[in-house]
Design a protein around this ligand. Structure first.
Ligand code: G
Ligand code: G
Ligand code: MN
Ligand code: NA
Length: 262
């Protein structure tokens, strides 16, 4: 496959890069104007800097990485790169917010994944508490017993764990309780039509209530308008992420968020 070969070359040639999208705290007193002071972390998002095509988004290549198993090598690069970035930020800042990394099912199912992560993070000399992993419900529920074991290993190393796209898959509440989670991320499909859509409003409030009952933080994704922000604030959502706050940014462009944040 032409593209598979190209992706191998991309990894060898260092054409992958991470962009970072801030998440911000949604305290009751905050207006949109003061959000820079409330960064709680960044989500790392993979991009391919193609010499001719420019910046290529994961929708164009993630399925190939997953089908071919290349996601294991690229995923290790992502963890290492996030650690290098954390080191860079730690050198110039007193307080560095954690970076969240998306995982694929193949990575979670890989034998020795937790040990691989431990080795990468130790080699980079990064505090494991500065790393968070985002997992989808389908990844967790495919083999929940082994997911519990792997998540416990990652948690024991100090990493944070969150469920991505929450509400779009099938989670067993019994397992939600057993996974050592820190946060649920409400999928952006539930946020898009807030506050007008009363079903989405009901679902969002229910997820926030469920999360808080389980002592988890709630992050709403896909916040694109002031109306989204205000609705989520009224429902008691803890954190928000989305284009209204910031697009995913190249590392060098995060400075404004870092210096005023944490
Ligand atoms: O960045 P963007 O919104 O285009 O991402 C599209 C999808 O690709 C999202 O589902 C996101 O979780 C996924 N994705 C982005 N970066 C990574 C990554 O480093 N690893 C994995 N496994 N998925 C990623
Ligand atoms: O599946 P996951 O939640 O990891 O996907 C993250 C994706 O969502 C990234 O590709 C990111 O670029 C995208 N994204 C981030 N904020 C917004 C937003 O406000 N609106 C939309 N439509 N997409 C967003
Ligand atoms: Mn994500
Ligand atoms: Na998501």
């Amino acid at each position: 496959l032409q593209t598979e070969h190209q992706l191998h070359l991309a990894l060898e040639r260092g054409e992958f890069e991470l962009h970072y999208q801030p998440k911000v705290r949604l305290g009751s007193g905050h207006g949109a104007g003061s959000l820079n002071g409330a960064v709680t972390g960044f989500e790392a998002l993979l991009r391919w800097r193609h010499p001719q095509r420019g910046l290529v988004a994961p929708v164009e290549f993630m399925s190939i990485l997953e089908e071919t198993g290349m996601i294991l090598a690229v995923g290790e690069w992502v963890i290492g790169e996030a650690c290098r970035q954390l080191r860079t930020w730690s050198a110039v800042l007193q307080e560095v917010p954690p970076v969240a990394i998306n995982l694929s099912a193949r990575q979670l199912g890989q034998a020795g994944f937790a040990e691989t992560v431990r080795a990468i993070v130790a080699a980079a000399g990064v505090d494991p508490r500065l790393l968070e992993f985002e997992l989808t419900e389908s990844m967790l529920m495919a083999d929940p017993e082994s997911a519990v074991t792997i998540l416990q290993c990652l948690k024991a190393q100090g990493m944070r764990l969150s469920v991505d796209d929450f509400g779009t898959g099938y989670s067993s509440l019994a397992y939600l309780k057993r996974f050592p989670l820190d946060a649920l991320k409400i999928d952006r499909t539930f946020v898009r039509d807030l506050p007008a859509d009363s079903d989405d409003a009901a679902i969002t409030k229910a997820v926030i209530s469920l999360a808080h009952s389980l002592h988890l933080r709630v992050v709403a994704e896909g916040v694109e308008t002031a109306a989204h922000l205000r609705a989520l604030q009224a429902y008691g959502c803890d954190e928000i992420q989305g284009y209204y706050i910031s697009r995913p940014l190249p590392a060098q462009a995060c400075a404004g968020w870092l210096t005023q944040g944490a």
